[in-house]
Design a protein around this ligand. Structure first.
Ligand SMILES: [Zn+2]
Length: 287
């Protein structure tokens, strides 16, 4: 069964660990993440960007696939199906399609407009028991073609948005999407500490989890981060494993061209990446 991310994140915040959000792109991705969560007895959040939703033939297709898999694979750990960086329209579409969690990314709007639109979605989500993530201060790197500057969020603005009744809050603290550049300055823990103090029990979300050093991840969790988004790392692991298979000529020997064989190394690589992250985030055996 799909669940809202509210309870799992409140437990994570209280227990000083984080739940991973792993973005999905297709059947193999989804299956790899669900099976790993079950094996490790960990709660999990499946992230779907609007681009990935389009790629997978719409939100209803995604809901059907995920629900079908949960049933067929006997997945009993808490699973939230979450829209990642949703527009206002995208969030409404996912709410209607049966997602159990949505992010409305109003960070590119003036704060007043971000607040007005977030408030409307808070009401819609509360009625249906869906968790809602809001974002304050854009997160650097590329989000479906939109390149953010990677500024740090204003703790007072974070407090204003947290008080609207959202479930969790993403705040820029120097993190970026995609690979981190060699000259990256690191996470800004002063800003994270200030935000944490302002928002109290509200679970905080760290986007751009790929390539943040382990000690910084652990410190971020200790300062109130309870959800960490991982996307690029699974893509890199999948691509590298698939490349090795093809470069070794395995697709040319016997039935190695069978897609179920061709995609198997990438599938296993995603599983290994998810396992590594769940262990690092501390969510193992927290289902
Ligand atoms: Zn993000």
């Amino acid at each position: 069964m799909l669940v809202s991310a509210k309870e799992m994140l409140e437990k994570a915040k209280a227990g000083k660990y984080a739940v991973g959000q792993f973005n999905i792109n297709n059947l193999e991705w989804t299956k790899a993440i669900l099976l790993t969560a079950q094996e490790l007895n960990s709660p999990v959040i499946l992230g779907v960007s609007e681009g990935a939703g389009k790629y997978m033939c719409g939100y209803e297709t995604v809901v059907g696939m995920v629900k079908g898999m949960i049933k067929c694979l006997n997945i009993t750990v808490p699973v939230a199906l979450h829209l990642d960086h949703g527009s206002y329209e995208g969030a409404k579409a996912c709410i209607n399609a049966g997602f159990s969690s949505v992010m409305f990314d109003g960070s590119h709007y003036p704060i007043e407009e971000n607040i007005a639109k977030t408030t409307e979605l808070v009401n819609a989500c509360n009625v249906l028991g869906i968790s809602l993530e809001a974002e304050v201060g854009s997160i650097g790197g590329e989000e479906d073609g939109v390149v953010g500057a990677g500024e740090c969020a204003d703790p007072n603005e974070c407090k204003m948005v947290a008080d609207l009744g959202v479930t969790m809050l993403a705040a820029g603290i120097g993190n970026i999407h995609g690979k981190y550049p060699a000259n990256w300055a690191g996470l800004n823990f002063d800003v994270l500490g200030a935000i944490s103090e302002k928002v109290g029990d509200m679970p905080l979300v760290l986007h751009g989890g790929t390539g943040i050093p382990e000690d910084m991840i652990k410190k971020a969790i200790s300062l109130g981060v309870s959800k960490i988004n991982v996307n690029t790392e699974c893509q890199l692991a999948f691509a590298a494993a698939t490349r090795s298979y093809v470069e070794a000529g395995k697709d040319l020997s016997g039935k190695g061209f069978d897609p179920r064989k061709l995609l198997a190394p990438g599938f296993e690589a995603i599983k290994a990446t998810v396992k590594e992250k769940m262990e690092l985030f501390g969510s193992v055996n927290k289902a």
